[in-house]
Write a protein that binds this ligand. Structure first.
Ligand code: CO8
Length: 374
């Protein structure tokens, strides 16, 4: 019989710096006021649109976000810069994303009771990689002294779950003995801090997970992956047009259109029913009712989305213990959100308890795993 595939350890790295809604709004509003004063006559003539003011109360009510961790705080709150000031590293230094990936990876290896010798595949999967090649995953592999192979994957908000799916398949097929899935979500360089509608949404973090066969797992908290399910459906409602072709398009690769932008309302309306249908179908595959799921580690983009999705599934409001929320302090961390929720809220589960890990977001993309505590 094929041995079962398990998640045997998770890791989390969070930056030392954070920015509260109040700090962020104060800086944005000062920037917007300065912009409106500097462009007064063009605004009056209808040539330039004035910048509306932001509000900390709106942000918390509309999203559930109170604060976010940021890799580099310097520059973000400077109204004459409005973006982090990240030092350019030389080619012989570790890159920023590889460094934060390694912090999370070491934490996950420790939790899984594993050393680099137990790993033979590294997947770095996230919303953006800071360069095309060499792959960040290979840089991480080299720095950790791991044999085997490594590759990068980009699937926006579903990068972590989709990479876990690939890890599951490799272990099940016997083509890998231990897979390290790492999600260094360095989102702040892509945020348009001059845009009221999106300046508050994201934070920086890195997560990691070790996936291996149940035969080799010996850590304290082991979760068997019962099955995986993924779906994608093309949508223009969440976009970043930044890319290497910008150089040939004769456009500024960092112009507003090339940064993260979205039709937030449409995303909310379209993704919630997709996620409910996806999760219901996935649970049905195991003849499981929603009430039989002990823990929901849902994507962390917006608290109102999570409330709506879990209410539809459970026909009641779940407790915070059942469906933990981490976006109040982490904000939306792209694909890492559901993994942070898992990392912080899995140790109290008992043998046989069922949990559901699910991401949803840009693409659109939805990825889920039904898992069982060993
Ligand atoms: N302060 C005050 N008012 C504001 C603000 C603000 N900061 N922002 C918007 N408003 C105003 C609007 O302009 C609007 O005014 P009006 O009614 O006069 O037009 C009013 O408030 C209401 O605006 P919305 O209808 O847009 O407000 P919502 O209640 O819909 O909340 C949200 C906005 C929070 C964005 C919400 O729509 C949402 O969360 N939607 C889901 C979005 C989502 O999940 N997106 C996923 C994106 S993440 C992802 O897929 C990963 C991408 C890769 C990572 C990228 C890293 C950079």
């Amino acid at each position: 019989m094929t041995p079962s595939v398990v998640i045997s350890g998770t890791g989390l790295w969070k930056p030392a710096h954070s920015i509260s809604n109040e700090e962020l709004v104060e800086a944005y509003n000062a920037y917007a006021t300065q912009f409106n004063q500097q462009n007064l006559s063009a605004i009056e003539q209808g040539e330039v649109t004035s910048k509306p003011l932001s509000s900390a109360e709106f942000i918390e009510k509309a999203s559930g976000i109170k604060s976010r961790h940021v890799y580099v705080k310097e520059g973000i709150l400077d109204i004459n810069r409005m973006r982090p000031k990240i030092r350019l590293r030389s080619e012989d230094e570790l890159s920023d994303q590889a460094e934060i990936a390694i912090h999370a990876a070491k934490d996950a290896l420790k939790a899984a009771n594993k050393t680099p010798d137990d790993i033979d595949v590294v997947i770095v999967s996230c919303a953006y990689t800071q360069r095309s090649y060499p792959a960040l995953a290979i840089e991480v592999q080299g720095a950790l002294g791991i044999q085997g192979f490594a590759f990068d994957m980009l699937v926006a908000c579903s990068a972590a779950t989709f990479a876990l799916h690939r890890a599951y398949e490799m272990i099940a097929a016997g083509t890998a003995k231990g897979v390290l899935v790492i999600n260094p979500e360095l989102t702040t360089p892509q945020i348009n801090f001059c845009d009221r509608d999106s300046h508050f949404i994201f934070g920086d973090v890195a997560t990691a997970m070790v996936v291996e066969s149940a035969d080799t797992a010996d850590s304290e908290h082991v979760f068997e992956i019962l099955s995986t399910k993924a779906v994608t459906q093309y949508s223009n409602n969440i976009r970043s047009n930044f890319g290497y072709v910008s150089h040939a398009n004769d456009v500024d690769p960092f112009a507003a259109d090339n940064l993260f932008h979205q039709e937030g309302r449409k995303v909310f309306k379209e993704v919630c029913p997709m996620a409910v249908a996806h999760i219901s179908e996935h649970l049905q595959r195991h003849q499981l009712g929603a009430e039989e799921v002990s823990r929901w580690w849902l994507h962390q983009a917006n608290i109102n989305m999570n409330t709506l999705i879990s209410r539809k599934l459970l026909a009641r409001q779940p407790t915070l213990e059942e469906a933990p929320i981490v976006l109040d302090t982490f904000a939306n961390t792209a694909s890492a959100g559901s993994i942070i929720a898992f990392h912080l809220h899995h140790k109290d589960l008992h043998s046989g308890d069922i949990g559901l890990l699910c991401s949803f977001g840009a693409g659109y993309s939805i990825g889920s795993l039904v898992i069982k505590k060993q």
